[in-house]
Design a protein around this ligand. Sequence first.
Ligand SMILES: O=C(O)[C@H](O)[C@@H](O)[C@H](O)[C@H](O)COP(=O)(O)O
Length: 236
Amino acid sequence: MNIHYLPDFETMSRKGFELVKNEIDRKPNLLFCVASGGSPSGLYSQLVAEKAKNPSFCNQLRVIKLDEWGGLEEGSTFTSELDVQTKFVQPMGISSDRYWTIDPFTADPEGDCRQMEGVIQREGPLDICILGIGVNGHIALNEPGEVLKLEFHVCQLAESTLNNGMIKSLKQPPTFGMTMGVGNILQSKKILIFIAGSGKKEAFERLLKPEVNTQFPASLLWLHPNVDVLVDERVV
Ligand SMILES: O=C(O)[C@H](O)[C@@H](O)[C@H](O)[C@H](O)COP(=O)(O)O
């Protein structure tokens, strides 16, 4: 695990941008897994800024969404889809033939997860997987538990996730998640995990322990040979 301590959010995002751009320069059509949430949002802004300077940047990039909330009220704006569309997919001009996603309002979550798994089998493995970390150590929506699933699946959400951040203020909070499994993530050629925002100190300290425990899913990243941890030092 390469741990990068960066003095602030901007510098952390810049470092992430440099690592990602290096890979895109080497392989312009790489498969990029996009996460929602606050921690990687500065990376997306930097990529969008680069695109404004260089319109052909990322014009072959293939993109897949990491996860999604389920059980929200129809029309809810608390979706990963809206988040990644606004911050990344639309401003980067990623056309629909280069973007694979799961619908937050799907009537068939299990079927759609199977379909996403099929996409990963066909288009994958991921070249770059972008992650944040949950306060409970979740990666994507793989929550702490005895068993972690390998493939894209419908998942239960932990109380600690439902009691965190904006979710707890929702009139109709999500009742389940749809997420890449830890197998999908660990098969990615490169993983970047961004650690920023309030409440992440404990999770970061636990991540530093070189041991693996399914009750702390991010610890599985120790099994991967190419992980960059980008931490905004102000959280630690
Ligand atoms: O939102 C997602 O796509 C991920 O499912 C989730 O694992 C997220 O990365 C963490 O919960 C951290 O979220 P923040 O970056 O918003 O703190």
